[in-house]
Design a protein around this ligand. Sequence first.
Ligand code: ATP
Ligand code: MG
Length: 538
Amino acid sequence: PVVVTGSLLDGLDPEQRAAAEVDGGPLLIIAGPGTGKTRTLTHRIADLVTSRGVPASECLAITFTRRAAEEMAERLAVLTPGVRDLTIATFHSLGVLILREHHSSVGLSASFGVADPDRQVEVALSVVADAKEARALVVSGDERYKKALRALDLVDFEDLISLPLALLEDSPDLVAAYRSRWRWVSVDEYQDVDEQQYRLLRLLTPPDGNLTAIGDPDQAIYRFRGADVGFFLRFREDFPAARTVHLTRNYRSSAAVVTGALEVIAPSSLVPGRELRPMVDHGSAPIGVHHASSEAAEAAFVARTIEQVLGGASFHAFDSGRVASDGTQGLGFSDFAVLCRTDRQSRALVDALTQSGLPFQKRSHDRLADRPGVARIANDLKYASGDTVLERVRAVAGDDHTAYELLKPLAATCDTDFERFHTALALGVEVDTWDPRADRISLLTLHASKGLEFPVVFIVGCADGLLPMRWPGTDDEEAVDEERRLLFVGMTRAQRHLYLSHTTGRPRSPFLNALKAYDQIGDAQPRRKRKGTQLSLL
Ligand code: ATP
Ligand code: MG
């Protein structure tokens, strides 16, 4: 039999392929939700390495979260079997890497540690007695606190970017060395870079360098953390030789979801002529809007709807008078997500889901070190040597399978080099408790839903004051725009069915006014509403 192996790029659509095929030079990929950003980026890197003679060691891919880095590493391992030496890092782990190589220049030992938030306060408490004051020192990066940190051979998260930045800003030689080491740099979710990360990137890549930035300015939702979408928007000024490619084909959502999301984002879209075309047939269910009498009633609506769907009752979706084939057969709990603006809103949902006996998982960002059993294992591990970290973790974990499973992915990346494990443990502040494989309903904040997709999505609390959320001092237009983007992110998680709900007591979110078509769903009988007209369905 003749085996014909196609190009790596055969699995891409024409737009994705055009982006992946660009040769050298700066490249900006402006890509909407569900357009296959990770797929495009990983195929591009894989093709550079396997077909275009780029040494893997010259490739650096930067992501924002460890989960994203792991996902990219997994996908590249499949696309480029046997290829090693690709550097896939988060901004923070890249900082650790640079600091380990130049520790003495900043007065650290080769085995410096990374202080987690508790340790930071502890260190600050060696400078001032009052806990509140200590926190203030940490937040302000006070010099006395930093000095105490250094005396203990520690850095904090902020240092992981600012110290490498200072190192590089002071040393053109170092800049040249890193630029020739990583000639091919790519950054995912570029709309979320903050100023320090941006400056670090500029140092790592010359203005005509092979930098690929991919992202969606309309999904910029981390302004409160210092991210600035302005860096994305001025990419072509920073890199005048830049090529720009748009990805506009959405492989995730139904036409109704895509249309509704575009209507919501339109008033403040940062992408001129924003285009997003639904490519997959996900049925014809319109977006559902529900007005509940209270938060408890809203949560009960969510639980009841999930039960109905799982029980085989059809959705409220009708198409010219007949039941739409909505493809919802065979759904499991993991196909549902309930999104809210703040974690506080999830209480009513937890109660309602618990009462209905529906299994759910809340995504939270616990510290790995705080998870049951992990601290004990980490402590015992200090005294181990010889074996690989993974072997030792297994031995020390003993019967504690849960803790072992939690630590396994990290330990597996640590080789024998234990200090790396401990650093990573401290770095692992954002340990994600959400398990994509668990058959449970996902309860997520809108921020935590970023990058994910589900057949059925509920967004609760679509009310003025919650979405947009309003705090004193943040009531400016930019803050409201960011809230609108947050709703855009949430809506575009849905594949087939999207429900937006709000309760009496707060005005409906003004963002929903942009929707041209939706079903107004009552408590009892579903009724269809098309801008004012109400049609009875049954
Ligand atoms: P987001 O901005 O929401 O993070 P994204 O651009 O990262 O979106 P992905 O999650 O990578 O989008 O892709 C969305 C879905 O589309 C995935 O299920 C992916 O497998 C699918 N997909 C991407 N490209 C293609 C393609 N060329 N053909 C078929 N399916 C595709
Ligand atoms: Mg993505």
